[in-house]
Ligand binder design. Sequence first.
Ligand code: B4P
Length: 189
Amino acid sequence: MLFRSGPPGAGKGTQAQQLAQGQGLLHLSTGDLLRAEVAAGTALGQEAAAVMARGELVSDGLVLAIVRSRLEQQAADRQQGDSGTSGWLLDGFPRNRAQAEALEALLAELGQPIELVVLMELDDDLLMQRLLGRGRADDNAEVIRHRLTVYRDQTAPLIAYYRERGLLASVDAQGSIEAIAARIQTLLG
Ligand code: B4P
């Protein structure tokens, strides 16, 4: 399964975390994994920190290496019968066409198809309000505006990419966290 799309602040991370917990899936958030590298002061984290603070996308190579290692590890664990998770849920990835194509190739290697791409839709004004309310280091008005531009230029084209493949489902991301979770459950059947 793949869970992501939607602009920054639409509630992807919020919903992905709950859903993964409820369904026993590996929750793979590239944003969280990058922030963990930054906090640990690794070479990768040092490279990513300034890019994230500007609201730009970290290089495809770095992000792909992180995703590949996690998915390969889970596949190896499952082969040995000792994985605590039954599948995966990607959050914040892929974010551009190159990442989507690399993911397709990786999943073909692993023999694990994407089941569904959930697009969370929300107005810019509400996104801005939510992100300013959170107040993370990259949640100030100027950087949020830039993240929205990056989203429209690089990530939004993936909507057509996944729609053409018959994988896309949209959810209205306005309302309470519980109401949105219920809409996603309906999609999952
Ligand atoms: P992410 O961590 O993915 O952050 P995000 O787009 O801001 O979304 P997030 O998931 O955190 O927020 P959510 O909408 O759940 O990316 C951060 C940065 O990392 C990127 O800018 C980039 O630099 C880098 N990066 C990550 N992945 C990358 C990749 N694949 N390639 C390259 N670079 C990458 O929630 C936002 C707020 O809304 C929260 O405070 C939440 O509590 C609130 N909220 C959620 N649902 C709500 C609701 N229903 N009502 C009210 N508030 C709600």
